[in-house]
Design a binder for this molecule. Structure first.
Ligand SMILES: NC(=O)c1ccc[n+]([C@@H]2O[C@H](COP(=O)([O-])OP(=O)(O)OC[C@H]3O[C@@H](n4cnc5c(N)ncnc54)[C@H](OP(=O)(O)O)[C@@H]3O)[C@@H](O)[C@H]2O)c1
Length: 329
């Protein structure tokens, strides 16, 4: 099979199409002919040598895909050769073939094509598991206030739409006026350009000083104190990204006074049983919203897998809105 592989750690230019041995499905896995995959921020870290795959995962980059089942490993039930699916992966998506545990497969939501479906697994499973699921997730409920940083990231575009669909009042931050407008178009009630305004001040003014119930944070240390300042009493801060650093100072007195909770988690390294539960929960709760047209995948552009380097340049420049998809055909 052909795969877009980083010959050595480095910039986008190290990615090129390479011939690799075909994977074979182990017990409990299926082999997919990949139709499309999508770029995630973590892929850039892996390409640069800073985010090694978990033990046992493919060395090939790629955390999600869509495709058709072409072989079943021992013990797989409920799926047939020929089924069209999308999948959450621990790696291996930037390839013509990938082997994936059957519990990480999802049906293609009604009304969606295979290319669009490739943009869904990572962002919908991450947002579902961190924002909406039961504790230790943030359990955002109807009528609460929700803030996502990076509102035009792949994650942000899904988080805004899902929170709105669930009846929350939605706040989002972004770094350009074009992105701020796009956040509003996706459903944000309040979109804040973090380069020209302090989100804590805007939120205090917009909420009469009450603050935000749930924050989905992709920035980390740089925003820790300000996220805490923006939280309401009983608020929940869910940290999923660290573009602003990993080590910060936490004012425990402020956390205590607000009876607030901070929760951080990654999806990729979770045990199989947890991934299976997240995938099932996402399909049960998010897919109907997509089938109804209430929530849609936001795709910035579609490129051939051979142009994976160009896709990484686009994402690295943060000039995209939503997902960059790569197609094998
Ligand atoms: N924990 C998990 O399981 C999990 C799963 C998926 C994603 N994530 C994390 O969630 C975040 C979003 O992922 P994604 O794939 O959706 O990202 P993405 O589409 O690449 O978007 C990232 C956005 O972050 C903003 N940003 C702010 N500071 C930045 C910086 N120093 N460098 C680069 N971008 C910066 C940019 O928007 P502006 O132009 O508005 O600044 C950029 O568009 C990432 O941090 C990723 O690692 C975590």
């Amino acid at each position: 099979m052909r795969a877009a592989v980083a010959a050595e750690p480095g910039g986008p230019e190290v990615l090129s199409l390479t011939e690799l041995p075909d994977p074979t499905p182990k017990a409990g896995e299926v082999l997919l002919a990949v139709a499309a995959t999508a770029v995630n921020r973590a892929d850039l870290l892996q390409r640069a040598g800073n985010y090694p795959p978990p033990p046992g995962a493919s060395q090939v980059i790629g955390l999600e895909c869509s495709g058709r089942i072409i072989a079943l490993g021992d013990g797989v039930t409920g799926w047939q050769v020929g089924d069209e699916v999308c999948a959450l992966l621990s790696g291996g998506g930037y390839a013509e073939l990938v082997s994936v545990p059957a519990v990480q497969l999802m049906h293609i939501p009604d009304g969606l094509d295979l290319v669009s479906a490739a943009a869904l697994p990572e962002v919908s499973c991450t947002v579902w598991s961190m924002v909406f699921d039961r504790a230790p997730a943030a359990e955002l409920t109807v009528g609460e206030r929700f803030l996502v940083h990076g509102g035009c990231s792949g994650i942000g575009t899904m988080a805004i739409q899902l929170a709105k669909a669930q009846g929350a009042q939605v706040f989002a931050t972004a770094g350009t006026e074009q992105k701020v407008q796009a956040c509003r178009d996706f459903g944000a009630d309040v979109a804040i350009n973090y380069r020209s305004a302090d989100f804590v001040e805007v939120i205090a003014a917009e909420t009469g000083g009450e603050g935000i119930d749930v924050i989905l944070d992709t920035v980390g240390a740089k925003y820790l104190d300000r996220n805490l300042a923006a939280l309401a009493v009983g608020g929940r801060l869910a940290v999923i990204g660290l573009v602003g650093g990993a080590v910060g100072e936490l004012n425990l007195a402020a956390l205590l006074a607000k009876r607030a909770t901070i929760h951080a988690a990654g999806l990729r390294g979770r045990p199989l049983e947890q991934k299976a539960a997240i995938v099932a929960g996402t399909e049960a709760h998010v897919w109907p919203l997509i089938a109804a047209g209430t929530v849609r995948p936001v795709i910035d552009r579609v490129l051939p897998l051979a142009d994976a380097a160009e896709a990484h340049r686009v994402v690295q420049a943060s000039s995209h809105i939503g997902k960059v998809v790569l197609v094998t055909g």
